[in-house]
Design a protein around this ligand. Structure first.
Ligand SMILES: Cc1cc2nc3c(=O)[nH]c(=O)nc-3n(C[C@H](O)[C@H](O)[C@H](O)COP(=O)(O)OP(=O)(O)OC[C@H]3O[C@@H](n4cnc5c(N)ncnc54)[C@H](O)[C@@H]3O)c2cc1C
Length: 465
């Protein structure tokens, strides 16, 4: 049985695993083995629907050591005026090239098509999905880079019964169904919105689209998540975030306050936003989504037959030959809190506001720079995402505590300031010449203390010593 001795065994070669390894290898002389069930790196992006793009700019996604895209400003379509957003093939290519660099360093081994099978006194065991052979790996630390693994439509079991004669598709197959007489889009999240906008862009009349949307979502308005030359918007978002945190009475109140200043938006402004998953949308997309008038709100579908849909409280009729598009996969999953650093394991969860690769690279930088796990956990408190607006306070508290602690740590703060995955990178240098950035920084500095106190009180956290 093959055996390998290494410093880190990383399970998962997606948007968590590769940015973690990339930063770790750049800051230390560690040796790393990466295992993944897939033959190639890229995680969920290997199976994404064809019209998907990053929610956020490519400028802050991928591994820190190499660019993703060229920081182009798009001139038309849903992203006009904003920094480019990579397609799934572009993201997969980026991660493939990043892995090639890591392997070429001589310190990283990739075991593709291998599954992690657990550990015993001999070490960790991974099994080849091609040959069945098991390799034993002795590592100083196990890195779980599967903790935020995405639940995506093409690998998802629909949560409703579907009769055999029903035309039912994941968004991956939607391009094969554009000839359908009508479309029912199932789901409240960004995948459903992407599917609706894509159909409208193909010239489908909005009257042919029905949207079954159990809950309304709060979404980031795209101009507030731009980096580089548009970073002033990002800094204003941070300032509003801190201000609202200092004054909010609960998660819903926090979201409404950000809604009042335009940072968070809803497709339907008359409906309470119950969902908060960090998705991003532009005014262009909102305008198109609002042309869909046939919206079934507040109810879930339990069964689909060729003649009707069975909902929580009754039935609605189906259009003969219509296609039902399953957009009910959660995408970003519910992530319970688990300490980032615990004995011989590192768990890569969210430690930054969104941007999985930035979180993963931050965990790696903290691992490289500090020795004590207590100190590392103080710098990377894990944010718990339930996806529900009502639960947002605990996540805000963890995120803001970590951000403040890292900013006050000279080595981690310096690394973060030059990391391309950090959307705020470079903002400090512009504060003197850009009033919007300067004003935002003043608000952040003035209100961060009251914000942390209020969030700690609301989250029921014990007072810090
Ligand atoms: C459509 C969509 C758009 C998104 N856009 C953004 C965005 O713009 N910005 C952002 O920050 N986030 C975005 N997200 C969320 C984010 O990309 C995902 O949550 C994140 O990519 C998860 O990365 P991951 O590496 O943790 O998981 P995955 O990409 O799911 O990768 C996990 C990997 O682990 C492997 N694995 C799991 N278990 C084992 C095992 N036992 N043995 C071996 N291998 C295993 C899997 O094969 C997989 O390759 C988006 C998500 C979706 C669905």
């Amino acid at each position: 049985m093959p055996e390998i001795d290494t410093d880190y065994l990383v399970v998962g070669a997606g948007a968590s695993g590769l940015p973690f390894v990339d930063t770790l290898v750049s800051l230390t002389d560690a040796r790393v083995v990466i295992v993944d069930r897939e033959a190639r790196p890229g995680g969920h992006w290997l199976h994404a629907y064809p019209f998907v793009r990053l929610h956020q700019p490519s400028a802050n996604y991928g591994v820190a050591s190499r660019p993703l895209g060229t920081d182009r400003i798009d001139t038309d379509g849903p992203n006009a005026g904003f920094y480019e957003r990579a397609s799934a093939p572009e993201i997969v290519e980026h991660f493939g090239a990043a892995l090639d660099d890591l392997v070429a360093s001589g310190r990283v081994t990739f075991l593709g098509s291998h599954e992690y099978r657990g550990a015993d006194a001999d070490g960790h065991h991974v099994q080849s999905l091609e040959t069945g052979e098991t390799t034993t790996i002795r590592a100083r630390r196990l890195v779980d880079a599967t903790f935020t693994a995405a639940d995506i439509p093409s690998r998802h079991t629909p949560p409703m019964a579907v009769d055999d004669d029903v035309r039912f598709a994941s968004p991956n197959a939607l391009p094969d169904h554009v000839d359908a007489p009508a479309f029912t889009i199932l789901g409240a999240g960004k995948t459903a919105m992407d599917s609706c906008v894509w159909l409208l862009e193909q010239g489908i009349d909005p009257g042919r689209i029905r949207w079954v949307k159990p809950r309304e979502a709060w979404l980031f308005e795209r101009s507030f998540v731009q980096p580089l030359d548009q970073v002033a918007g990002y800094m204003q978002m941070q300032a509003h975030w801190v201000s609202a945190s200092a004054r909010s009475t609960d998660g819903r109140d926090f979201a409404r306050r950000l809604g009042d200043v335009g940072v968070l938006v809803r497709v339907d402004e008359d409906v309470e936003g119950e969902v908060f998953r960090g998705a991003i949308i532009s005014q262009y997309e909102l305008d198109r989504l609002r042309t869909i008038e046939n919206v079934v709100r507040g109810r879930r579908v339990h069964r689909i037959t060729s003649t009707h849909l069975v909902l929580d409280d009754g039935e609605i009729s189906a259009v003969p030959g219509e296609v039902h598009v399953d957009c009910t996969a959660h995408g970003v999953p519910y992530a319970p809190t688990r300490p980032t650093f615990a004995e011989d394991r590192i768990t890569i969860g969210y430690v930054t506001l969104g941007i999985v690769p930035w979180s993963a690279a931050t965990v790696a930088a903290v691992e490289a720079i500090h020795v004590s796990d207590d100190e590392k956990n103080r710098l990377t408190p894990a944010m718990c995402w339930t996806g529900s607006t009502a639960d947002v306070i605990g996540m805000l508290h963890a995120g803001m505590s970590g951000l403040s602690a890292r900013a006050a740590d000279p080595a981690v703060g310096a690394w973060n300031e030059t990391c391309r995955l950090n959307p705020a990178a470079g903002a400090m240098a512009k504060a003197g010449s850009d009033t919007a950035i300067g004003d935002a920084l003043t608000t952040i500095i003035t209100e961060i203390g009251p914000a942390l106190e209020n969030l700690q009180r609301l989250a029921g956290q014990p007072a810090s010593s």
